[in-house]
Design a protein around this ligand. Structure first.
Ligand code: FVT
Ligand code: MG
Length: 352
């Protein structure tokens, strides 16, 4: 007799006539037993998101007592330094271990060479010092790349339309040094130039900054999902062309492994895959191959999609947020940079 799903096919017509009349299936194994109640589901749960998994990116702007909404990221503001200090306090109260800082640089300070990046008194350095003075126990991560500082919106120096690798790396080392000297704990090169992790490590070590960690944006893809971030830091309108000669082609994953391997060899303490949700396969491959602390960046476009759908009533925003963050844990990530960090932390605490 043909058997499908443990039930004689001949009986299927009979089964449809009504629940009462349905004979019990002859199933020894019923996976639903382990899902029968919340306590039972908790017992077999394989992955858990905690506040320790969250890194919260903040946007900075000049001024005092200022908060400016980012239109394409509902619920996210650009913050003056004093307000960023308040958010650092909020992060600490929520047990978020680390925040990341991104500046909206005044257009008058942007130039071809991104010189403001190496100013020891730029917005990022000021914010690092102010936050560390009040809350020395919260981790601070600073991005290393020139895009918030260049008039053309690229992450590196350009000559004749070409991004110059080695010349850019020299500037990035100086940028990393001013940030580390201001008190930044984790330097996070996001520029995708070749050799920058090694050069930055050497620069930090020479300056005696041996404890400053490096989280390499090791596999960063040229992605459409960065759109709202460029709005937030003010490079959306100025960016000329695209970043495909330095950021990765979204078709590739072997290449991601080679990039990660290089950054580890050059001294990265932690590696990152970016964007997040569309690249969970890459997160899994990187974690399995290298067994390094591996992070994912749930980028602005991922945030915007969920936030916009929730605001339209098309999604349960909180559930979509938590599900999207848990997906990173399932893929093997040790943590997530996410604009949802404070909301997610509040939710995690409410559940505890
Ligand atoms: N270097 C940091 C980013 O590029 C963030 C991108 C995003 O959130 O879209
Ligand atoms: Mg690389």
């Amino acid at each position: 007799m043909a058997i499908k799903y443990g039930r004689p096919i001949e009986l299927r017509e009979v089964a449809r006539t009504g629940a009462q009349a349905t004979p019990a299936l002859d199933l020894t194994i019923r996976p639903r037993r382990n899902r029968k109640a919340e306590w039972a589901r908790r017992m077999v749960r394989e992955n858990v998101l905690t506040t320790d998994d969250l890194i919260w990116p903040l946007f900075l702007i000049d001024g005092n007592n200022k908060r400016e909404a980012v239109a394409s990221m509902p619920g996210v503001d650009r913050l003056s330094v004093d307000q960023a200090v308040r958010e650092a306090e909020r992060a600490q109260k929520l047990s978020i271990p680390c925040i990341a800082l991104f500046p909206y640089t005044d257009p008058s300070l942007r130039d071809e060479g991104g010189s403001e990046a190496t100013n020891p008194d730029n917005l990022v350095c000021k914010a690092v010092r102010a936050i560390k003075t009040e809350f020395p126990d919260i981790g601070i991560l600073c991005d290393v790349a020139l895009d918030p500082f260049t008039s053309h919106g690229h992450d590196g120096l350009i000559t004749d339309g070409k991004i110059l690798n080695d010349e850019t790396v020299a500037v990035l080392v100086r940028q990393a040094l001013v940030q580390a000297e201001a008190g930044c704990d984790i330097i996070a090169p996001s520029d995708m130039m070749d050799g920058r992790v090694g050069a930055i490590r050497e620069g930090l070590d020479r300056a005696g900054l041996l404890d400053v960690q490096i989280m390499a944006y090791a596999a960063k893809y040229a992605s459409a999902f960065y759109g709202p971030f460029r709005d937030a830091i003010g490079s959306a309108k100025t960016l000329t062309g695209d970043k495909r000669t330095y950021q990765m082609d979204s078709a590739n994953t072997d290449e991601a492994l080679r990039e990660v391997e290089l950054d580890i060899a050059e001294g990265a303490d932690m590696v990152m895959v970016k964007p997040g949700m569309p690249y969970l396969d890459v997160v899994r491959r990187v974690k399995d191959r290298f067994a390094m602390p591996t992070f994912a960046y749930q980028v602005s476009g991922e945030y915007a999609m969920i936030a916009a759908a929730a605001n339209n009533g098309w999604l349960d925003g909180e559930r979509a947020m938590m599900e999207s963050l848990l997906a990173f844990k399932r893929a093997g990530a040790d943590g997530v940079l996410t604009y949802f960090a404070p909301k997610a932390a509040e939710k995690i605490r409410a559940q505890a």
